[in-house]
Design a protein around this ligand. Structure first.
Ligand code: ZN
Length: 410
């Protein structure tokens, strides 16, 4: 079964050459992209979709979410909007509600959140554990996450649960809990921050998870300058996320991590020597916690590879809207539309080690439109991607294909 999408006014490929095509067409064959180019030269296909002069982008790649939870934190949000500051401790509220929820409810809630994201153009999505915080509930969260998300991250080191000593809990995270979640996860993450895990504890968690064969990610430098970014680069993490408070040395370390990297020849292997550490900015979280926005412009100018993600979670960023993140990145972080869309598509794929791979590989690339890549496409109800920032707040998703399959759009 092949589908020709034609009459595309603007086709933003986000491929290695950063091509933007006008009057273009794309052909989907099964789950893959089989052709793209000028509409006038498009081959015949089984089915024809007239894009009506709209813009086509890669589907969003949301590389940072926390979708396995029950309950909400409206009261905490209201208190924050009334002037209270954010601290890491609110996670404990969600942990209580998550532990009490049934498997059925946790799965149903997470599936609803994924459907919400997909209906807004997200076609590849990572999610984390981290609201179980004991062996049984972290393993359960990982198992449920593996049934709803494309990539699963073990975040046992999200917060030290009430009644436990930090050192004792770190040992659990590095030992039996890791063994229990291992079959369900590809990544490990740690919240390296004042009030969560210190540098030594974070390093122990990351190295234990690396030894177990997991790729690494870090929550770092959200609430103040600290060791998170430095540690992420040191251990070869694929991404360090938040990055609000950076020293000049942090920016230099991130930039240096990419100095030997060749975008066209990337191996797609997380944490391999040639790849650097992506800086993942979470602007919706920054707004919801009234933190200064991460310095995305400065990071790009320094040569750092950037991702934008929703950080969808009940405490600090209860949105799955990648369009909102892109809009904010353009209007308030001074990225161009092309840069912001790239960070929300290709950048997310890079942060998940999924930016390369084609017919010959086991896994197809996501986050860019090229022959052999997964057919993850987002058709906007607008003639150009510029409208994402030019018409902030307007729902612009017109159609979504995920691995070649048309998705329901609300
Ligand atoms: Zn997070």
């Amino acid at each position: 079964m092949s589908t020709l999408i034609t009459n595309i006014a603007e086709l933003m490929t986000q491929d290695a050459e950063h091509r933007v095509l006008r009057d273009a067409a794309v052909v989907i064959e099964g789950e893959r992209i089989s052709w793209l180019g000028p509409a006038a030269g498009a081959p015949a296909a089984d089915e024809r979709v007239d894009a009506g002069g709209r813009a086509l982008l890669p589907g969003w790649v949301d590389s940072h979410t926390h979708l396995i939870f029950a309950g909400d934190r409206t009261a905490e949000f209201e208190a924050r909007m009334a002037g209270e500051s954010y601290s890491a401790g609110g996670i404990a509220v969600t942990t209580g509600a998550t532990r009490s929820a049934s498997d059925f409810d946790l799965t149903r809630l997470a599936m609803g959140r994924v459907a919400e994201a997909v209906s807004q153009g997200t076609t590849y999505l990572e999610t984390k554990t981290g609201y179980g915080l004991d062996l049984e509930n972290e393993a359960r969260s990982a198992r449920i996450a593996s049934t709803v998300a494309d990539e699963v991250t073990y975040l046992g080191a999200h917060l030290v649960p009430a009644g436990m000593d930090a050192e004792e809990y770190t040992e659990l995270v590095c030992g039996p809990m890791l063994t229990a979640v291992r079959p369900y996860v590809r990544w490990a993450d740690v919240f390296c921050e004042q009030g969560a895990f210190n540098e030594d504890q974070s390093r122990r968690v990351l190295l234990a998870c690396k030894a177990a064969g997991l790729g690494l990610r870090v929550h770092g430098n959200q609430l103040g300058e600290g060791p998170g970014v430095r540690l992420a680069v040191e251990v070869g993490a694929a991404s360090v996320d938040h990055v609000n408070y950076l020293s000049a040395a942090d920016v230099d370390a991130l930039a240096a991590s990419w100095s030997g990297w060749d975008a066209a020849g990337g191996s797609g292997t997380p944490g391999s020597g040639q790849r650097g550490t992506v800086a993942t900015c979470l602007p919706a979280c920054d707004l919801s916690t009234r933190q200064p926005l991460a310095p995305g412009r400065e990071l790009l100018d320094a040569g750092v590879q950037l991702a934008l993600a929703s950080n969808c979670n009940p405490g600090t960023s209860y949105t799955s809207s990648m369009a909102f993140c892109v809009t904010t990145a353009v209007l308030q972080m001074r990225l161009s539309v092309h840069e912001a869309v790239r960070a929300a598509t290709y950048g997310g794929a890079l942060a998940l080690g999924r930016e390369s791979g084609n017919d010959a590989d086991g896994a197809r690339a996501v986050g860019s439109i090229a022959v052999g890549h997964r057919a993850d496409l987002h058709l906007l109800n607008a003639p150009s991607a510029t409208h994402l920032a030019y018409r902030p707040g307007i729902p612009l998703t017109h159609a979504v294909w995920r691995a070649g399959v048309a998705q329901p759009v609300r």
